[in-house]
Ligand binder design. Structure first.
Ligand code: HEC
Length: 421
């Protein structure tokens, strides 16, 4: 890929200006650029939030009245940047080194990256990608469902949620974070939570379809906090409100997600227990039809993101926007007047000072990291049988088949040939 340094050439500026003049957009400047490999210069970071670009980012919904109207750039940049704290491995029961928890409780909070003086090395392209991985692994501060320290140290939690453990004995979908000395938290909601896969031998594949079931953990949380003997109606109301914020479509009549408001804790939990790992009812999808977590390797070349192709991916800055939206900012938008994070009536955007976001620099690094993700080598060998399959595939092209019956006959013939000695 052609990599350009942040000290922009005149030509790029001219092209960008011509583009703006044509389309009236002021956002794509520097959008496709990455820092030069081995260069000591700092790249010009594109601006994540730009009102005109945000307005055209997503493809309108079938009923466009429900398409989000995002908060203004002025509002967005008044949201404080969430500092990234140093994080520590979570060990599954039986793997924790002796004295580990006591040691953690003695650690001072360490800020790795914030909007001020703290930042990782950012000199070369490799530095940027490495820094992006830090962002990929960094937890959010208000992720639902939360998980307690006691739970990740308890074997029952692993059994009940089906959470797999890496071969080094760590639980890779969250990390310990110390934001205040003596208080160890399980940090959650990082990109890594849903986009990390453990292979059957316990190796880690970052960016592949995740193997953690956030849905099972949510079900566990609902049962533990609101269901069974506890029968806590206030907790149930909080879960229902959370689901409403994430999934309501009040511009549709009837709203397919409205049923949640009547569901018992047991009904909610049973529904979420049905989803296999790697299928995640993330916001902007549906808990009725949850979506598969896509593989991120190769995403750089996909022009439309998400299974419905909802968001355009015109250049790296759109990836930055995707990450910003999906890690909180979308919940501030108005969907025909419905604001997911809009308080009890879902109608008033909160004070930006109460929210948190990534810095543009962090989003840029994160996007470079996501672009760098590679598929692992194919574990299936290309043997004699596969070669025969390849021949069948090449000989029997779909366009040669006049109609479905012939296709069916061909498939039968092919199978017979494959299976005959
Ligand atoms: C709670 C789980 C979850 C978290 C956390 C999460 N994702 Fe995803 N991600 C998903 C799901 C589910 C989809 C598919 C959504 C859809 O198709 O509507 C997705 C889709 C994507 C896509 C689109 C890929 C494509 O081919 O269309 C990208 C890019 C992506 N995520 C990057 C990220 C990044 C970067 C982060 C961290 C900032 C992140 N995700 C955090 C679950 C998650």
């Amino acid at each position: 890929m052609g990599i350009t340094i942040g000290m922009h050439t005149k030509r790029i500026r001219q092209l960008a200006l011509a583009f703006f003049a044509l389309f009236g957009l002021s956002v794509l400047i520097n959008g496709g650029q990455t820092p030069k490999s081995g260069s000591a210069s700092s790249p010009m970071i594109p601006k994540t939030w730009d009102d005109a670009a945000m307005a055209t980012l997503e493809i309108p919904l079938a009923n466009p009245v429900g398409s989000p109207k995002h908060v203004s750039a002025d509002y967005y940049y008044r949201i404080p940047v969430r500092p990234i704290y140093k994080s520590y491995a979570v060990y599954a029961p039986g793997h924790e080194p002796p004295g580990y928890m006591e040691w953690l409780k003695q650690q001072e909070p360490v800020i790795v990256w914030d909007d001020g003086a703290h930042k990782p090395p950012l000199q070369t392209e490799e530095d940027w990608i490495k820094a992006g991985e830090i962002v990929f692994d960094s937890p959010q501060d208000r992720f639902v469902p939360r998980i307690t320290v006691a739970e990740v140290r308890d074997p029952t939690w692993y059994q009940k949620t089906g959470t797999p453990v890496a071969k080094d004995g760590t639980m890779r979908f969250g990390s310990y974070v110390i934001r205040k000395k003596g208080e160890v938290e399980v940090g959650l909601g990082a990109c890594a939570l849903c986009h990390t896969r453990l292979t059957p031998d316990g190796s880690i594949l970052k960016g592949a379809q995740g193997s953690f079931s956030n849905a099972h953990v949510f079900a566990y949380r609902v049962r533990t906090d609101a269901g069974g003997e506890k029968n806590d109606n206030q907790a149930l109301a909080r879960f229902r409100a959370f689901l409403k914020g994430q999934f309501a479509m009040p511009w549709l009549h009837p709203d397919p997600a409205a049923a949640t408001e009547q569901m018992s804790a047991d009904e909610i939990a049973s529904r979420f227990e049905n989803f296999p790992p790697g299928v995640n009812p993330r916001h902007s999808s549906s808990y009725i039809y949850p979506v598969q977590v896509p593989d991120l390797s190769g995403v750089k070349d996909r022009k439309y993101l998400d299974h419905t192709g909802l968001q355009q991916h015109r250049s790296i800055v759109d990836m930055m926007r995707y990450a910003a939206l999906n890690q909180g900012a979308e919940n501030l938008a108005s969907f025909a007047g419905f604001i997911p994070r809009g308080g009890p009536g879902f109608d008033k955007a909160p004070d930006p000072a109460t929210q948190s976001r990534y810095s543009d620099e962090q989003l840029y690094a994160l996007s470079l990291y996501v672009y760098s993700l590679q598929s692992p080598p194919n574990p299936n060998k290309f043997d004699a049988l596969a070669e025969r399959g390849q021949r069948v595939f090449q000989e029997r092209r779909l366009r040669d088949v006049p109609h479905a019956a012939a296709l069916h006959q061909q498939q039968i013939d092919s199978c017979r040939r494959l299976h005959s000695p």
